[in-house]
Ligand binder design. Structure first.
Ligand SMILES: [Cu+2]
Length: 180
């Protein structure tokens, strides 16, 4: 009986100390878990389309935050953007689209549309001297390396722009991996 009394008297003291410790942390404003979320402002990544290349051709997209890809076609023909990791044999695009399973907001010619992509790949066509955007939040599960390219053909070349060098790479990285 004596022992149980002694040991049980220790338990409340410990819990009081623990409660005090956590309330002090809360009061001092020290976060208990570090959430590496950057400022709420959207990240805008600008990409220029030319005859026949993308500038820049290497893009890093942070995962877990709202990102806008802004395309400006400074070329003389319509160009398009597609992204994924496995090219189709016919060079029509990618088998595994980067945006599969994701909801993307497209803004082309002042028109905004929102769509969730499944099997079909996203393609963004941009006319000469036009700008178009894609806005999305890349899930952490998409981290990795991807390719992008333009699979349009032109009358005079009759060759896929991709074959002329209109392509690039995309790295999807978690918030902590991106050097802001
Ligand atoms: Cu093109």
């Amino acid at each position: 009986m004596f022992f149980t009394n002694r040991s049980s008297s220790i338990v409340p003291q410990r819990s009081i100390l623990i409660a005090l410790f956590f309330s002090l942390i809360t009061l001092s404003g020290i976060p208990l878990s570090v959430n590496a979320k950057p400022d709420s402002a959207d990240s805008v990544i600008s990409i220029t389309m030319k005859n026949f290349k993308f500038v820049p051709s290497n893009i890093t997209i942070p995962a877990g935050e709202k990102v806008t890809l802004k395309f400006h076609n400074k070329g003389t023909v319509t160009h398009a953007f597609m992204a994924g990791n496995v090219l189709t044999k016919e060079l029509e695009g990618f088998k595994n689209g980067l945006f599969s399973g994701m909801t993307v907001v497209k803004k082309v010619n002042g028109k905004t549309s929102k769509k969730t992509y499944h099997d079909q790949s996203l393609m963004l066509g941009v006319k000469p001297n036009h700008t178009a955007t894609l806005t999305f939040t890349m899930p952490e599960s998409k981290e990795g390396s991807y390719h992008f390219g333009c699979f349009k053909t032109t009358g005079t070349h009759n060759v896929k722009h991709y074959k002329l060098g209109m392509k690039g790479t995309i790295q999807v990285k978690g918030n902590l991996a991106v050097n802001k």
